[in-house]
Design a protein around this ligand. Structure first.
Ligand SMILES: Cc1cc2nc3c(=O)[nH]c(=O)nc-3n(C[C@H](O)[C@H](O)[C@H](O)COP(=O)(O)OP(=O)(O)OC[C@H]3O[C@@H](n4cnc5c(N)ncnc54)[C@H](O)[C@@H]3O)c2cc1C
Ligand code: FES
Ligand code: FES
Length: 1260
């Protein structure tokens, strides 16, 4: 049978694809396709960040004519999950289609750029398209709608505040309130200071182009003309998969009878993931999306029936309408479904994913199935000649990912029932992150009372996350029929659930105690909620009364729209307009980033003969390689070669410590260790070929954790030590000594752009040009030269910009670039490799996990007299930068406190994990978190307020640190006092205490934390920088420098700097011709033979420190700061809300958790399992104030390093959470407020819930 033509539109241009492959995603097609007749050579504005629908970098707008609704609909979608075959007669709009710097930016693009919402810019096109789609549907959205539309978009750089601030200008309720509302954050309500002007406005909204909805591109008329044309079955044949688009229900059922094994694909949000990440192959795919019966919504007498292909977004809209229209008692179930939908994926997924897809996937952690099961929903199932309607009860899922459907059957529809009088329903979900996260436990709970009583007639409690399928706890519920809704029932149900929902300690998914406790906590919440709703109706004894201090446990999670403000010092009055220093300039490339024109490594157009590389890595943590078999790989179309250590012409030894190999030769030392690589014609073939390489191993014992390493004495190098004073004397003088330990987990960099390299051999004398996303051009060059055995001058490394780095591309980028260079050398062709997110997370390592064992001696007053800390870091399988990371931890173990007698010891644990590396803060945050941990214990032990003890121990101006560096311009006390005042700390504290007294199951905590962060590298030669400037005769300037741009605006700063240098040279020509232009002066200078090239060199003066002698100056200067955070925790679920944080640190200390199997296999390899902060995590109230009048005398233009220092301030959230947990424990446990307890970082919901010991935790 011949394949049909696929017809769709991209940015108004018609695309006819004769060879549509069902395995091709829209993203791959947009980025790689060359259609020269359409002048379309790769639309690379749409980015690849994860390939699994989890980051939103690939967001596009899809528009189609909806025949049932009789109108054009626009919705956002993840291009990385959309198969091109699903796009027949659909119009695609990408970031390039709405505006450009060449013509005119769209207001959405302009506003994100001007509001500083684009730093590295890699997430920006996705953000733009999410906002654009919202505006196409709703030209005056609310702030809440804006926030909701970003649930599926991640950014790792901006902390989200500037993005929201910029886009809020589109909101009908988001503009300036003019100081009229009672809003202390309003720009009009900021206190004025007569001497210096502080400004909260980075931009002036009045300068923005207005949004004119009438100017948007129209829906292609050709598609509109087809709206009534009959649809016919289509068939697309790919290399391995056939896609059949059925146009009628009969066709669909016939196809299912012919191909019972065929998968039905609607949104592809399950199947797409299975094909890409679980490497599954489905040879026949049938699409039911066009079939009217599967898209119908019918309001029946018992409930609303939804066709199985209805999207979750449309289900949500229908249910919202029903809730608004129907009496409340009829919509209990609908509200439960809507509550689950609130936390279900992002807009892009919900717009395409179907309700039927969720049910039939039968995921054990489906959010909807427990709700449907508890509600008594009915399913209609059809096949050729049969039709049946079944209740979705405990028999519907007979096993893991199984349903009652026969092979030829399909789900036609689901009926969600109206609730009845006396019926109550709740749904709960607990995940690590609120937005777009997989549930740990999810549930639906329903009770129906005998009319007019509180006697149970029906009770259903259904759970996801507690077994290999959705389950109903019917053993427990059955026993409660006819019982009254009171304490006795509560206790019996909790005891019953604890027994019936038992999980063994090694249950898949882990977190066993947390999950079991959650089931009880959820029931308790349901119990209270029902009591609350029954309220005054049943005052008699049969029903328990709701204790007012329990009421807040029933409140659903609500988040107020974030109110954020950043105050900075304005330039002095009279500063010339041309003088840009001190002005908040938008990032130079932000407009191009917002329009998708900014070129990142993988956006460089493909070369004619370019090849793709895919790494082959170890699946074991420690093993001997016995054999490598590439025969299966060779069968994959487009296979070119396999490369390994044997192909290296120079040296296979690499790494900063010369302790790594480019390709493992005989032995592997971590899961993800690179053994070889396949080279093929396309990335898809490379992925298949890499899977075909079979390696056999002989397994060796592995060391995974810090504890394992300590036990086995497995360390890199010698112990590092720093010591001052007399420790023995200090401890003997102390009134009290406390010792303990704290563990700080690692962190993945999660730069939005994964590691990427293109190597282009020049065919002459070993010359090669590499385009690399790296922070380290120097090592990239020298490692490649060493591997190829050529002088370094043959290797040119180019970095235009990076989509984020944060230390992750400082050395680990060379793993990829060196391998790619070898492939280019061997094949003689340009070779490209961009790691998939899962590979990147597996191979490249991250922040070092730390274990701190401390002993601290102090007086009754809280004054510290002696401190000893042993620091252990998990360095992984090579030394890389681990020594530098540990040195920095040791030099920050005091945070801001003067400790007369101190000893710090550091050991680098040698383990079988991927080598850990640099990450923002470089060990400083770990060292300081340990410091604040013992500091909080000192305060608790002394019974003194923590802020008082912290202040008492703080350094003073001119003090010497324990490494004898004098503190000059020590502004921490000033920051502290300003922060106490501006946060109204003491009033807030009374409020917190009052809240905690009045609320039994929600607690608040408050904490203020200082920080001092040393600037400059400890290795002296690293503290230098060079730049080369050429001014061309037409006046344009070319600047080459050793820094790399990854969002910090380096090019912007360098251009500011370069202009100053050149201006000086041109001064005489300006004087001669004052009315001339820049070009005139440049030409005159050229004609006068004045050099228009200049080099710049900078060396940080007087730095250099020796650990051996504890002498010399480690830092050029310090950056200081103070943060105050308030949090609220839900003691029953571990949920928390933050009011004050720095977002990457917030991730480190409260959210991001890497999980490894006991064998050292990283389990968290993408955004679905590893949660970085999303829009919903940013603080409700976030006020940042940059200290006024504190110029830095030690750096260019009085600038200050501010990228790394603030990260640690997010620890204030961690300790505020600990404070809240302490309040919860004091109430429920043994009431000993002085009892110390260990809380390891990150403080995830699991750790918080487990630490809030109460009657439920003791039941499991
Ligand atoms: C980023 C992301 C976030 C997610 N978040 C959540 C979440 O928070 N909660 C949650 O529960 N899920 C979540 N999911 C999972 C997924 O989105 C849902 O399960 C979704 O409803 C699946 O629908 P689909 O149309 O995309 O399925 P598809 O991938 O198109 O199909 C899924 C399966 O259903 C079968 N199928 C579909 N329709 C029928 C039918 N009518 N009859 C018989 N079989 C049928 C298919 O054969 C296939 O096996 C998430 C997925 C992603 C990628
Ligand atoms: S690349 Fe598509 S969502 Fe991340
Ligand atoms: S600007 Fe958002 S990821 Fe860098």
């Amino acid at each position: 049978m011949t394949a049909d033509e696929l017809v769709f539109f991209v940015n108004g241009k018609k695309v006819v694809e004769k060879n549509a492959d069902p395995e091709t995603t829209l993203l791959a097609y947009l980025r790689r396709k060359r259609i020269l007749t359409l002048e379309w050579v790769g639309l690379s504005g749409t980015k690849l960040g994860c390939g699994e629908g989890g980051c939103g970098a690939c967001t596009v707008m899809l528009s189609k004519y909806d025949r049932l609704q009789n109108k054009i609909i626009h919705f956002s979608a993840n291009a990385c999950l959309a198969p091109i075959c699903s796009l027949h007669h659909v119009a695609v709009t990408t970031v390039e289609g709405i505006g450009s710097t060449k013509s005119r930016l769209h207001p959405v693009q302009e506003r994100i750029a001007k509001s500083h919402g684009s730093q590295c810019g890699f997430c920006t096109p996705g953000m733009v398209m999410s906002m654009y789609t919202l505006l196409r549907n709703q030209s005056e959205p609310t702030v809440e709608e804006i926030e909701n539309s970003f649930q599926g978009n991640l950014c790792r750089c901006t902390g989200y505040r500037p993005i929201l601030q910029g886009f809020r200008t589109f909101a009908r309720d988001g503009g300036c309130c003019g100081g009229n509302a009672d809003n202390s954050n309003c720009c009009m309500n900021q206190k004025k200071d007569d001497t210096v002007t502080q400004s909260p406005c980075l931009f002036n909204p009045e300068e923005f182009m207005p949004l004119d909805p009438t100017q948007e591109p129209i829906f292609p008329p050709e598609l509109l003309r087809l709206k009534d044309a009959p649809q016919k079955q289509l068939r697309f044949e790919g290399e391995r998969v056939t896609w059949i688009q059925a146009s009628t229900l009969k066709e669909l059922l016939d196809l299912k009878a012919q191909h019972p094994e065929a998968k039905l694909v609607v949104g592809n949000t399950e199947i797409g993931i299975e094909m890409k990440f679980k490497k599954m192959l489905f040879p026949v795919i049938v699409s039911p999306a066009w079939i009217p019966e599967l898209n119908l919504v019918e309001h029946g007498p018992e409930g609303i029936s939804f066709g199985a292909a209805c999207t979750l977004d449309s289900v949500e809209k229908t249910l919202k309408d029903a809730v608004a229209k129907l009496p409340a008692h009829q919509t209990e179930v609908f509200r439960g479904v809507l509550e689950q939908m609130r936390w279900f994926a992002g807009k892009q997924v919900k717009s395409v994913a179907s309700i039927g897809g969720n049910i039939i996937t039968a995921s054990p952690i489906s959010d909807l199935n427990p709700v449907f099961m508890a509600s008594g929903a009915k399913l209609t199932i059809v096949s050729r000649g049969t039709r049946r309607t079944v209740p979705m009860d405990h028999t519907f899922f007979p096993g893991y990912r199984k349903t009652l459907l026969g092979p030829e059957e399909i789900l036609l529809s689901i009926e969600i029932p109206y609730s009845r009088e006396g019926e109550f329903f709740s749904a709960f979900k607990q995940a690590s992150r609120r937005d777009d996260d997989i549930a740990k436990v999810t549930c639906g709970m329903r009770v129906l009372f005998q009319p007019g009583t509180t006697q149970v007639k029906e009770l259903a409690l259904c759970f996801g996350g507690m077994a290999d399928r959705t389950i109903s706890a019917f053993k427990t519920t059955r026993k409660q029929l006819s019982n009254f809704w009171n304490e006795k029932l509560l206790h019996e149900v909790c005891a019953g659930l604890a027994e019936e929902l038992y999980l063994p300690h090694d249950a898949p998914g882990g977190m066993v105690d947390f999950r079991r406790t959650l089931t009880l906590s959820f029931f308790f919440k349901f119990y209270l909620t029902v009591l609350h709703k029954l309220g005054k109706d049943h005052p008699e004894d049969k029903c328990g009364k709701l204790d007012p201090t329990f009421a807040s446990a029933t409140f659903l999670f609500q988040k107020d729209p974030p109110a954020n403000v950043q105050l900075f010092q304005e330039v002095p009055k009279g500063q010339s307009e041309e003088d840009t220093v001190g002005r908040p300039l938008p990032h130079l490339a932000s407009a191009m980033q917002a329009s998708g024109e900014a070129v990142y490594c993988d956006d460089i157009p493909r070369y004619e003969n370019e090849l793709s590389l895919r790494l082959v890595t170890s699946t074991l943590a420690h093993a001997k390689i016995k054999s490598i078999d590439i025969s299966e790989a060779q069968k994959v179309p487009g296979f070119v070669c396999f490369i390994s250590a044997d192909d290296i012409p120079g040296s296979n030894t690499t790494g900063l410590g010369n302790d790594e190999t480019i390709f493992a030769k005989d032995k592997v030392t971590c899961v993800g260790h690179i053994i070889g690589a396949v080279v093929t014609d396309t990335p898809e073939h490379a992925q298949r070929a890499a899977q075909g390489v079979k390696i056999t191993y002989e397994e060796l014992p592995a060391i995974i954790s810090i504890e394992d390493a300590i036990k086995n004495n497995s360390f890199w190098g010698r112990e590092l030590k720093i010591e001052k004073g007399d420790l023995k004397k200090g401890f003997s003088e102390a009134d009290n000594v406390v010792s303990g330990e704290v563990y700080i987990g690692g962190q993945d960099h999660f730069y939005l752009e994964t590691q990427c390299t293109i190597a282009v051999p020049k065919g002459e004398a070993g010359e090669m040009e590499l385009f690399v996303s790296t922070q380290n051009t120097n090592k990239t060059q020298s490692f490649v030269a060493n591997m190829l055995g050529v002088p370094a001058n043959r290797i040119v490394v180019r970095v235009k910009r990076m989509g984020g780095g944060f230390g992750g591309k400082e050395t680990r980028s060379t793993l990829v670039s060196t391998a790619v260079a070898l492939a280019a050398y061997k094949t003689g062709c340009p070779v490209r490799c961009m790691l998939d997110r899962d590979e990147d997370m597996l191979i490249t390592g991250g922040r070092h996990p730390f274990l701190g064992r401390y002993k601290v001696g102090f007086m009754k007053t809280g004054r510290i007299v002696a401190l000893e800390v042993e620091h252990y870091s998990n360095a992984g399988n090579s030394v890389d930068l681990s020594r530098g990371v540990m040195e920095r931890a040791l030099l920050h173990m005091d945070n801001c406190y003067k400790i007369p007698n101190i000893r710090g010891i550091g050991r680098l644990c040698k383990t079988n994990l991927s080598s850990n590396t640099a990450f923002r803060g470089f060990g400083g945050p770990q060292g300081m978190l340990i410091a604040e941990h013992w500091m909080s214990e000192v305060a608790v032990t002394c019974g003194l307020p923590a802020e008082e003890v912290r202040r008492k121990n703080m350094y003073k101006e001119g003090d010497l640190t324990y490494f004898d560096q004098k503190l000059e311009g020590f502004t921490v006390p000033r920051c502290w006092d300003e922060c106490l005042a501006s946060s109204q700390f003491h009033a807030r504290k009374s409020e917190v205490d009052k809240f905690n007294k009045e609320n039994c199951w929600k607690k608040r905590g408050l904490c203020i934390i200082p920080t001092k962060f040393g600037i400059s590298f400890l290795t002296p030669f690293l503290n230098q920088a060079g730049a080369l400037i050429h001014v061309y005769t037409d006046g344009s300037v070319l600047l080459t420098h050793g820094g790399t741009e990854m969002g910090q605006g380096l090019h912007t700063k360098m251009v500011q700097e370069a202009c100053q240098t050149i201006l000086k040279r041109l001064e005489p020509f300006k004087r001669k011709n004052p009315s001339g232009s820049w070009e005139d002066w440049v030409t005159a200078a050229y004609q006068d033979a004045v050099s228009l090239s200049a080099t710049g060199f900078y060396k940080t003066p007087n730095v250099g420190y020796s650990f051996e002698t504890n002498s010399g100056k480690p830092f050029h200067y310090f950056t200081y700061g103070v943060a105050c955070s308030e949090v609220e925790i839900d003691c029953l679920t571990g949920d928390h809300k933050v009011e004050g944080a720095f977002v990457q640190g917030l991730g480190l200390f409260t959210l991001e958790e890497l999980h490894y199997s006991p064998e050292g296999n990283l389990l968290t390899r993408g955004p679905s399992t590893y949660k970085i902060p999303a829009f919903g995590n940013i603080p409700t109230e976030f006020r940042v104030s940059l200290l006024r009048d504190s110029p830095n005398k030690k750096a260019i233009y009085a600038s200050k390093a501010v990228g790394e220092p603030p990260l640690f301030l997010a620890a204030s959230i961690f300790f505020a959470i600990k404070d809240a947990i302490r309040a919860a424990r004091a109430q429920h446990a043994d009431n000993n407020t002085k009892a110390l307890f260990q809380l390891d970082s990150p403080a995830t919901p699991e750790k918080i819930r487990n630490a809030c010991v109460d009657k439920f935790t003791t039941l499991v």
